[in-house]
Design a protein. Sequence first.
Length: 133
Amino acid sequence: PVSGEGLITVLSGRPPVLPFSKVDLESSDDETGQRFTLYGRSNRIVEKIWLNDDGTTAERASFFDTWGRVNHTLTFTDFRYVEDILFPFEIVIAQNKGPKATLKLERLWTGVPVSDETFVLDLSDTAMTDLDT
């Protein structure tokens, strides 16, 4: 499951960072960049984040289940500058042994004003049910 905050982070072009108690910074498997390995309780790997060659941009992140197997992977590619911000225009979300989704951006705007009403949930046509009774 992905939290709302995690989804917003992905759509912002960054991998979410899961809670961790220890982190290692190592050379990546292909020796061209660096990789953060995040460990949770009981010293179990919870996430790995691969950085680009200069260590400034996350290009991939894998998330692990409690048995240490990859659950899903995010891959960020087609990086372009938008108002001095490097942003991936392709984001792939792939589950291990499951579906894969690709988000390809055509345009990206920054600093666009958004009215407060955009974030108001309209429940006027909704029947409310008291779950405590």
